[in-house]
Every structure is written in C-alpha cells, then in structure tokens.
Write a protein that binds this ligand. Sequence first.
Ligand code: NAD
Length: 497
Amino acid sequence: MDATLSYDAIKQQANKLHFKNQAFINGRYVVSQSGKTFDLINPATGTLLTKVAACDQIDVDNAVKVARQAFESGIWSQQSPSERKKVLLKLADLLEQNQFTLALLETMDTGKPIRDSMNIDIPGAIGILRWFAEAIDKIYDKIAPTANNVLALITREALGVVGAVIPWNFPLFLACSKLAPALAVGNSVLLKPAEQAPLTSIFIAELTSQAGIPDGVFNVLPGFGETAGRAIGMHPDIDGVSFTGSTEVGKLFLKYSAESNMKRISLECGGKSPNIILADCDLDKAADVSATEVFFNQGQVCCAPTRLLVQDDIKDKFLEKLMTTGKKFYPADPLDPKTNMGAVIDETQTNQILTYIDSAKAEGAQLLLGGKQLNKGCGYYIEPTIFDKVKTNMRIAKEEIFGPVLSILTFKDMTEAVKLANDTHYGLAAYVWTRDLKKAHTLARALRAGVVSVNCISGGDITTPFGGYKQSGQGRDSSLLAFDHYMETKTTWIDLN
Ligand code: NAD
C-alpha cells in the first residue's frame, strides 16, 4: 500500500473493489455445479460483501479429475525444478503488483487491520512463495551407503494430487504456505479456503494462470467444511491433505483418511501457548511484547501467548506494565490505517469468545481489562480482555478461545512453571522471558512445544520448522521440512554384479 494513503482514500478504494466469487477449476472461474452460493459477511460491518460459489462433492470430483490429468500429463509435474521456480517467482511478482488489492480483500474478508494486511499478511505470503520457489532447484537426492556391488538411490518425487484446507485467520499467508511447497515439487493442488474468508484465495487463482501454471494444476474450491472440506478428505484419488485449522477438525481428517484411501495427512492445529515470565527478565519489554502479541489479529492466532505464567514475586509490577500496553489496543474500523485492533471474524466466533468471558467470571477469575462487545449490531468487536487469578481447572486456562482474551496464572519456581506450562493437550508454542542463559536453556528443553521463543514472541520464520507437539498437530510447515508433506520417497536398488 502507498504508505501515505489516508483513511478516506482507502475507503474509496475499498468501495470500488470487485469481488471475484467463483470456484477456479481447470484454469477457469466457474459457478458451483449445484448453483448454490453462500453469503460472505464483512466482519467490520456485519453486512454482505458478496455471494460465493458453494462447492460440493461434485465440484471436488471435477477438480480432482482435471488435477489428476494435469499431473499424469507431466505438463507441470515433469517440468524441471528451475522452470517451476521461474513460474512461481512470476506468481510472486504478480501478487506483489496486486498487493494493495489483496490487502483490502484480506481486511474486508477477515476484519484485520489494513496495516497488518499490508505490512504482514500479504508481504509474508509473497515471501513464502519466493522462498519455496528459490529452494526447489537447490535440493539434491541421496545415494545410500550400500556395499560396492549395489547402487541404491533415494529419490523424492511429488505425491500427485494434494488438497490444502485452510482456516480464516491468515488466509493468503496460510494458502501460500501450502501451495508454494506443493506446487514447487510438481503436485497438482486443490485449495479449499475457509468459508469465512475465501476472497484472496479466489483472487490469486487467475494470477496463477497468468504466471504460467497450466490449467488443472491449481484449483480453488470455496465452500463449507462439512461439504467441500469433507469431500477433499474422503476423496479416493487425492494423495495427501495438508490441513491447518482446529484440533477437532484435524482429527476428522485423520478419520477421513482412514475411511478412504489412507491419504497422507499433515496437521497444523490449535494451541494454548504458555508465556513464562521469570523475575529476572526485562519486565518492560516482556510486558509490552506479551500484551501486543496476545491482542495481535484480535487474538486469533494459533500460537498466541494466551496463558501468561508470571513469577509471583514480580506479579504486581508486571501486571501494571502489561495493562499499560493492553489499554493501547482499541477495536476500530480495520480500514483506518491507524487501527491496531480490528473485528473478530464473525458472529459465531464473537459468541464463543463472550461465552468464555462469562465462564471466566462465573468460575471466579478476576477481570482486569475489557470483557465487553463493542458496537453490537454493527460488526463484531471485542475489547482486549485480561483475567487475573485464573486457576488451572478453569475453561479459560485450558481451552483455546481464539479471541483477545489473556489468562494470568502465577508460579513460585521453575519446576512449577514447567508443570503449569506443560499442563495442556496442546503443544504448539511456548515463550520464556529471562536474562539467565542457563534458565532459558533448561526451560526450552523441558517445554513440550514445537516452537520455544526466548525473550520474544516469535510467530515463526520461513527458515525454521513450524508446528506442534501433542494435539497441536503432526508435521511441520515452513523450512525445507515442509516439502515432506508433498513428496514421496523412493528407493531404487540396482544390482551391479
Ligand atoms: P476449522 O477447523 O473450523 O476450519 C479450518 C478449515 O477446515 C476450514 O477450511 C473449514 O471449512 C474446514 N472444515 C471445517 N469443518 C470441516 C469438516 N467437518 N470436514 C472437513 N473440513 C472442515 O478452523 P478455523 O475456525 O477456520 O480456524 C481456527 C483454528 O485454526 C484454531 O484452532 C487455530 O489454532 C487453528 N490454526 C492453526 C494454525 C497452525 O499453524 N497450527 C494456524 C492458524 C490457525
């Protein structure tokens, strides 16, 4: 975005937007076979943005058919890695040329602040595309250390037809985190965006054609989870599904796989990440960053530091600082470039968050900040909310809220901190604040989480694996490990006698 654009100018551009709202199959935008659509609501206003094609089993069947044909033809799968790289880099350039439109679409679809769409989501998505494109012609296969009379090659090849099923909290970013590695290695892809936020996935479909991705190789199927999502999970001719979303639905994909063709499933699921504040840390930085990150994206972040564990002797001082930053967040129109907190995704999510806030009060937690819905009847806004005196058996200590609600618990020593931190069936991320290197390493080793950050809240970097222990998922997105989701390994054993 032109950084100098005013609120009025952004609103004017938003009013002029035309929403692409169809499925994309075999290189063309098409209506769903049933003709059905669903209403897409702007979370900032509660009003209709557009009606989107509601894909179903038959649309998934059609997309799989063309995706399989494209894969078998070799038109993409057999291109050299450097050719695929060229096309994906062109796609990244096209996304960049449409950056402002994509940011507007993302903000109107999700309610997230335009400054985040513009500075984080869209550049992040483009960066992911470029990283995997650049990586693909620098990866080598292996030769096994066998006896001299044998040559054993260990090679990797594309899975075939891959489904990517994603949530609504970072739509384009998460779409690219799947389609970039999947396409880079030569797969054909069916992308199913969340029904709450499909616009950027649909928009980039035509850019994939312009970039040179052949018809049938990349398809977008907007629709509901129970229909389009399930059809992808159950399809006998899909070789793998890469899923990001809730733990509950992640488990369904394991079931779909078992009940269909044992397709490969990788899962990036929920979290309830602990944030451990030791007495010796830089309290100002820890408080400021902790509050900022827990309210980022209206708290709708899988790895958000939602369980704050503070050492009891510094608690009061720490909370004072935490509240100072927390009070700087105020939900407002996401199209205003000054807004630091937008709307939550929809009415269902709003009601769920409010139910958690009510349960916390009923169970005896102490409300320190926020706790209310704002502008009821005109969009979905919830105040940044902080609860003190949270006990481990309360719902807000255990369950993923996926909203701007922070729970505070205390501990006496490191042993208790580890026990509290690991007392969850999630294991996505964990955070530690201390100036003591030995304590930092000791805690990092003891924490059962896929990503441990020390003295920061890291949202993950493309160069490092991202994913969870326990019921936060299986497999890792980002880094070269992400290719594992989308490739088979083959041993070719050659007798040299
Ligand atoms: P969700 O599980 O409800 O939906 C995710 C996707 O699955 C959507 O496309 C949806 O349409 C589809 N789906 C829903 N029900 C389905 C069904 N019965 N069969 C097949 N598909 C179905 O999740 P959400 O509400 O969109 O997103 C929030 C969740 O995503 C949170 O739990 C969050 O922690 C998680 N998440 C995890 C990561 C990560 O990297 N670990 C990243 C972002 C979000």
